[in-house]
Design a protein around this ligand. Structure first.
Ligand code: GLN
Length: 280
């Protein structure tokens, strides 16, 4: 008979030998999820003997993590600001920096609730859905080029109760978009060739590269969105971008030349240039 504590120790050891970062935490999350427990409740059940069936479920999750599959794909969900979202290989896992962007917008930069929002490259729907959850009067158009990503968007909209206020639209950036918006946001692919080559296996092996790679210098999609943004913003509207950390100077010059009233550079939690907020 093997106890929960012994399985946790063995799993942690196995994962750390395979180079998995935060091996113990990964093992705890996978075990808790597989046993239907809260993570910290594992600590109250260390002496519990595990059945063969329970062990089977845990082993399959641990094996996936040992192959460097991201934890959120194995667990199938991730918390993002006010909502819990389903996560799988159809879209990028929502990142902490993007969550911080939503917090900044909600608490600091949006001094009035937006009514019409456009989320370009919505993926899991994280940005659009979190904003709809904090602005109950708002409506959003959520755009993605990938049909399978948009299925995930729709599932998440349904599960979080915002599906009557979101329209999922398959489009190459603005191509199929109609009308104007008070708030346009995008977390487009912006990794450079070099960043793609050095990214963690979790990212390279499992996440859709189409959602990550922004051309050799990471600017292909950012440039297009800045160029066309003005056409789709109302007067006084706001364009919000997540970017790579070396992109700001070029994009700000570009925005200036195009006639944006302003383009402000905002740092992420690690003090890197990460977000741009433009006004029309
Ligand atoms: N921040 C993401 C990463 O480092 C990249 C997201 C993107 O390209 N939009 O993996």
């Amino acid at each position: 008979m093997i106890t929960l504590l012994e399985v946790l120790q063995k799993s942690t050891h196995f994962l750390s030998e395979r180079g998995v970062p935060d091996a113990k935490l990964s093992a705890e999350w996978i075990m808790a999820d597989s046993l239907g427990l809260k993570r910290l409740d594992l600590y109250l059940q260390f002496e519990r003997p595990l059945t063969e069936q329970e062990l089977g479920g845990i082993r399959s999750g641990i094996k996936r993590r040992a192959n460097r599959e991201p934890l959120q794909y194995i667990l199938g969900s991730a918390d993002f600001y006010t909502v819990t979202l389903k996560t799988d290989e159809r879209a990028l896992i929502p990142r902490p920096e993007t969550e911080y962007l939503i917090e900044l917008l909600h608490t600091r930069y949006l001094n009035k609730a937006p009514s019409r929002i456009l989320d370009l490259g919505t993926g899991s729907g994280a940005i659009a859905i979190a904003l709809l959850s904090v602005f109950p009067e708002a409506e959003a158009v959520a755009v993605d080029q990938s049909a399978s990503a948009l299925e995930l968007t729709a599932e998440n909209a349904q599960a979080t109760g915002v599906s009557d206020r979101i329209r999922c639209l398959q489009s190459d950036w603005f191509e199929g978009v109609e009308g104007t918006f008070e708030l346009i946001l995008a977390n487009p692919p912006y990794l450079t060739r070099e960043e793609m080559d050095t990214a963690e296996p979790e990212v390279v092996k499992y996440e859709p590269s189409k959602a990550l790679f922004g051309g050799d210098d990471g600017l292909d999609d950012l440039n297009r969105i800045v160029d066309d943004g003005l056409t789709y913003l109302v007067e006084g509207g706001m364009l919000v971008l997540e970017t790579g950390i070396h992109h700001h100077r070029g994009l700000m010059e570009r925005a200036n030349a195009l006639g944006y009233v302003s383009m402000q550079s905002v740092k992420d939690l690690e003090k890197r240039d990460r977000f741009l907020i433009g006004l029309k």
